[in-house]
Write a protein that binds this ligand. Sequence first.
Ligand SMILES: NC(=O)C1=CN([C@@H]2O[C@H](COP(=O)(O)OP(=O)(O)OC[C@H]3O[C@@H](n4cnc5c(N)ncnc54)[C@H](OP(=O)(O)O)[C@@H]3O)[C@@H](O)[C@H]2O)C=CC1
Ligand SMILES: O=C([O-])C1=[NH+]CCC1
Length: 316
Amino acid sequence: MSASTSIPYFSEDQLAGLGLTTHEVINRIETLILSGDKQQAWSAPKAVIQPGDGRYMMVALAAADDPSVLAVKTVVLNPRNPEQGLPLINGLVTLLDSHSGLPIAILDGNWITAVRTAGLSATAARHMAKNDASVIAFIGCGVQANSHLQAFSTLFPLEKVLLFGRGAVNIERLGDKAAELSLPSVACDSAEEAVTGADIVISSVTHTGDVTPFLDANWLKPGAFAAITDLAVPWGKESFSALDQVVIDDLVQEAAMPNKLMSPDYVTGDLSQLVLGKIKGRNLDSDRNAFVFRGHAMGDLALSTLVYQRALMMSD
Ligand SMILES: NC(=O)C1=CN([C@@H]2O[C@H](COP(=O)(O)OP(=O)(O)OC[C@H]3O[C@@H](n4cnc5c(N)ncnc54)[C@H](OP(=O)(O)O)[C@@H]3O)[C@@H](O)[C@H]2O)C=CC1
Ligand SMILES: O=C([O-])C1=[NH+]CCC1
């Protein structure tokens, strides 16, 4: 291998300091999806190892030719991490030139995972949620809830935040984040209270390998949209029959996965079809819609390329 002797590394603080907006993230995700449709960008189904003790280890791979970048994201999710004061999910993104294979940069994977996952949900929400959604509920109040609150507060005229979590610390932290955004928040006594009261529901509950479903899509009110980031593990899967449109992140990836997000009968299509206008995100004001997903490598590539280009621009 030749090229430079050191590979630039971008930390979480450096990436956060670039000041990217949610609209920039969504636009880059949509642009990359359009490139994928023209065979100028590609992704592979993620590879996952689950040793059976609750850990979930995965690699996501995507590449494009304009700009010429390949991104590999590797993360380990360990439900015991928070007990050690560590984030639930830790990892890295490695960027290579997609023609030569030479290294470009290494990025903090935690920030990328938080912001790209909210970016994927926001991309779906732009097509599937009602524009006037004003009450947002969080089931699970950790890292993902935080990045989703940030993203959704810039897209929708939010007036209230409903919180349902587990430990008090993260519930309070998310309430504080809402207050920073000038949004009142209410800690709910039950998940049903949070879901039934909301126009938008974000579920991001800890993946432990043995979560008993406690959420029911029948609780969603007419017109509501749910972004289900947690592989739908806490949801009663049969209840998805109550929904009008259910979009997943990638049909090709889903076909390769052993544990399906839900019965294919409930799936309207995937994010690419939504962005390309091949399926409609919302038909009626009263429709109940959901984006249910396990993570799309195109999102990691889109955001990683965007931050790398922005960092170069800012260092000029
Ligand atoms: N689809 C995708 O691309 C991605 C999906 N994810 C999913 O998101 C999940 C959350 O990730 P992240 O936000 O980083 O993790 P965090 O640990 O930061 O947050 C998880 C939250 O869920 C809460 N929780 C756990 N069990 C319950 C329960 N039974 N009822 C209500 N709340 C509960 C936790 O409570 P407490 O505060 O007590 O810990 C915590 O607030 C992951 O487990 C993964 O499944 C994550 C990244 C990408
Ligand atoms: O795609 C992703 O980054 C993840 N999906 C589940 C946990 C992390």
